[in-house]
Ligand binder design. Structure first.
Ligand code: NDP
Ligand code: OXD
Length: 315
C-alpha cells in the first residue's frame, strides 16, 4: 500500500466526460468538480479548457496538469497562477498518434481517396502509385508525437523530413529548424504532417503561401496535408482555395478552427478531404492518472516534475 497523502484535486474539464477521470482520481483522493474562489484546500488541478481565472484564486495550488499533450487550452486563461504546469507525455498517446499518421499517410500514398471515388462509380483503373521510398513525408513539429510517427514512417521506407523551433537532429530524418529552415523543409516535402502545438508563433501558419511551397510535381499527383496538431494552426479558407486550384491534392484534417466542425463547413463534403473529429490520439485516464499521481509524489518529495511546459515558448 502506497503511503501517498490524501490530496484534494480540482477536476475541471470541458468537452470531456470526467466520469472515468473522477473514478480513478477519487479512488485515493478527494476530487471536486468546482472550487469556490479562495478555496485553500485544493492542492492540484487537472484540467481541459477550465474556466479562465479560477486557478489563480486557489491560494495553495501546487501544480496544474493538462489532460492532453497540448496546453493551448490552459494558456487561453491569461490569469494563471505561478505554479508548474505539466502536460501529457505517454507511450500510449504516441502510439495512437503514430497509428493515425501512418494510416493517413498510407491512405494518401496508396490512393485511397481515388479508389473510394472509383468504387462508387464502378471504375476499374489503376493509378500511379509511387513506393514509399519515393515519397517524402515532412513532419512539422518533431516532438514526442512527431518523433514517434517519424520512426514508424522510416520503418515503412518513407523519406522523412522534420521541422522544429530549435535544432533537433534525428537519425534518418532530414531536419530543418526556425523560420529560415521552413522553405527548404517545404520544398522537399510531398506529404505534410502537422504535429505542432498552437502558440502565438504557430497560429495560422498553415496558409496558402505555405501550402504553395510544397512539392507538387511528385508521383502522388500533388501535395497532401495531414493536420493532427491543432485547428488554430490552419486557415481553412486557404486550404479550400489550395484544393480548388491544385496547390493541394488532398487533405486529412483531425482538427479545425472551430470544433466541433460546424455543419455548414464545406470541408465536411469536400470529396478530397478526410475529416476525423479530433480523435487522432485520445487521452486515456487509465494510463494517465497513475502518471499524474507519480508527478504529484515527485513534487512532494522535492524532486523535479517531468514534462513541464515552458511558459515562454507556450508549449
Ligand atoms: P512536443 O512539445 O513534444 O513537440 C512540439 C514540437 O513542435 C517540437 O518539435 C517543437 O520544436 C515544435 N515547435 C513548437 N513551436 C514551433 C515553432 N514556432 N516553429 C517550429 N517548430 C515548433 O509536443 P507533442 O509532440 O507531445 O504534441 C504536439 C501537439 O500535438 C500538441 O501540442 C497538440 O496540439 C497536438 N495533439 C493533438 C492530438 C489529437 O488528437 N489531434 C492529441 C495529442 C496532441 P522544438 O523541438 O524545437 O521544441
Ligand atoms: C491533446 C489532444 O492535446 O487530445 O492531447 O488534443
Amino acid at each position: 500500500m502506497s503511503s501517498s497523502p490524501r490530496r484534494r484535486i480540482l477536476l475541471s474539464v470541458t468537452n470531456y466526460n470526467p466520469r472515468r477521470w473522477h473514478e480513478l482520481l477519487s479512488a485515493r483522493h478527494d476530487v471536486v468538480l468546482d472550487a469556490e474562489p479562495g478555496d485553500p484546500t485544493i492542492d492540484y488541478a487537472v484540467v481541459w479548457k477550465h474556466k479562465p481565472g479560477i486557478l489563480s484564486r486557489l491560494p495553495n495550488l501546487r501544480a496544474i496538469f493538462s489532460i492532453g499533450a497540448g496546453v493551448d487550452h490552459i494558456f487561453a486563461d491569461t490569469d494563471l497562477p505561478d505554479v508548474p504546469i505539466a502536460r501529457v507525455v505517454a507511450q500510449n498517446l504516441s502510439q495512437y498518434m503514430t497509428e493515425f499518421v501512418v494510416w493517413r499517410v498510407l491512405d494518401h500514398q496508396r490512393q485511397g481517396m481515388l479508389y473510394r471515388a472509383q468504387q462508387g462509380k464502378k471504375v476499374w483503373h489503376e493509378p500511379e502509385q509511387p513506393p514509399a521510398n519515393e515519397v517524402a513525408v515532412g513532419i512539422m513539429g518533431l516532438g514526442q508525437l512527431g518523433r514517434a510517427a517519424a520512426r514508424a514512417l522510416l520503418a515503412l521506407g518513407f523519406k522523412v523530413n522534420g521541422w522544429t523551433r530549435t535544432p533537433r537532429p534525428m537519425e534518418g530524418v532530414t531536419c530543418w529548424d526556425g523560420a529560415e529552415g521552413l522553405p527548404g523543409f517545404l520544398n522537399a516535402t510531398d506529404i505534410l504532417v502537422v504535429l505542432l502545438p498552437h502558440t502565438p508563433a504557430t497560429e495560422g501558419i498553415i496558409d496558402y503561401e505555405l501550402l504553395r511551397r510544397l512539392r507538387r510535381d511528385n508521383g502522388l499527383g500533388g501535395a497532401i496535408l495531414v493536420n493532427a496538431g491543432r485547428g488554430k494552426l490552419q486557415k481553412e479558407a486557404d486550404i479550400l482555395r489550395a484544393l480548388e486550384d491544385g496547390t493541394l491534392k488532398e487533405a486529412s484534417l483531425d482538427v479545425f478552427e472551430r470544433e466541433p466542425l460546424p455543419a455548414e463547413s464545406p470541408l465536411w463534403e469536400h470529396p478530397r478531404v478526410f475529416v476525423t473529429p479530433h480523435a487522432a490520439a485520445t487521452s486515456d485516464p487509465a494510463h494517465l492518472v497513475p502518471l499524474m499521481l507519480e508527478q504529484m509524489a515527485r513534487l512532494e518529495r522535492g524532486e523535479p516534475m517531468e514534462n513541464l511546459v515552458d511558459r515562454e515558448a507556450g508549449y
